[in-house]
Design a protein. Structure first.
Length: 277
């Protein structure tokens, strides 16, 4: 997104007071531009409206309720804007850099306690102590490829992590709308179907306008392969309203590539209209 992130980023932390008033929760800040916009991961028990880093205070701009990616505005620091690189292509067993230590990708997780997640999370095993939420994981070139999420006690020194693209999609949505907006394409899938076969297309929706039809099988969105309901839900998370994407589909024996421009999820518009009244 900009210039290479500095090593000092790992030491830039923000403290949030706990909602129960008992102490603080710490997260790590990632500068996403040169003007004081930062991203981190909100801790469940924390009041993210009251962030402080030393003497600096941070204003909450937006928080995505699905991923808990949190955007804050603070004073411009000495850190250059982070440079992000793809993390969605990471595979189990790959090593990533965590400050002066190493971490290993264990798996991709699409479910948590048998519940489907709104996007797939990485499980990462860390050398040494477990890092705070928001701690950046990097490739050999020093580019951020994921941010640590919450700790998991299921194995060793482990955390979940979000690929860098999740942060980028949330930032793009915020910069475009000054809020975080989910996308709507008008496609219905059946979670029980072993493939991502489209069971319905909403009339006059972006999918219908693009020419997508019932019984088309979704193969990929942009470069991200889709194999079933879970991978489709994961791919939909990264769509930004108003930003065109390519849908690769199988229609009978023919592979089609159609361009779709998602719109803002109507539930957002309805909720805001009700709030204005």
């Amino acid at each position: 997104m900009c210039s290479l992130i500095s090593v000092s980023l790992a030491q830039r932390a923000v403290d949030f007071p706990r909602l129960d008033g008992e102490g603080k929760e710490r997260a790590i800040l990632v500068p996403v531009d040169d003007a004081g916009l930062y991203a981190t991961i909100g801790v469940v028990a924390a009041d993210v409206t009251k962030g402080k880093s030393g003497a600096d205070t941070f204003e909450l701009l937006a928080q995505d309720p699905q991923s808990r990616i949190t955007l804050l505005r603070g004073v411009k620091g000495n850190e250059p804007a982070a440079k992000f690189q793809s993390g969605r292509s990471l595979k189990p067993g790959e090593m990533v850099k965590r400050g002066g230590a190493n971490a290993a990708v264990v798996s991709w997780e699409s479910h948590f306690h048998d519940q489907l997640l709104p996007l797939s999370f990485l499980r990462v095993h860390h050398q040494g102590s477990v890092p705070a939420p928001g701690y950046p994981l990097k490739n050999e070139q020093g580019e951020i490829i994921a941010l640590c999420h919450q700790a998991t006690d299921a194995f060793g020194n482990g955390t979940y992590a979000l690929p860098a693209e999740a942060v980028q999609s949330v930032v793009t949505s915020y910069q475009k709308y000054q809020k975080i907006r989910r996308s709507f394409c008008g496609i219905n899938l059946d979670a029980r179907d072993p493939i991502a076969s489209i069971v319905g297309v909403r009339p006059d929706s972006p999918a219908a306008i693009a020419g997508i039809k019932k019984d088309d099988v979704l193969l990929a969105i942009n470069t991200q392969p889709v194999t079933d309901y879970a991978t489709a839900i994961d791919a939909f998370f990264y769509l930004v309203p108003g930003v065109e994407v390519e849908f690769k589909l199988l229609r009978g024996l023919e592979v089609k590539v159609l361009k779709v421009t998602p719109v803002i999820d109507p539930r957002h518009a309805a909720s805001e209209s009700q709030q204005k009244k």
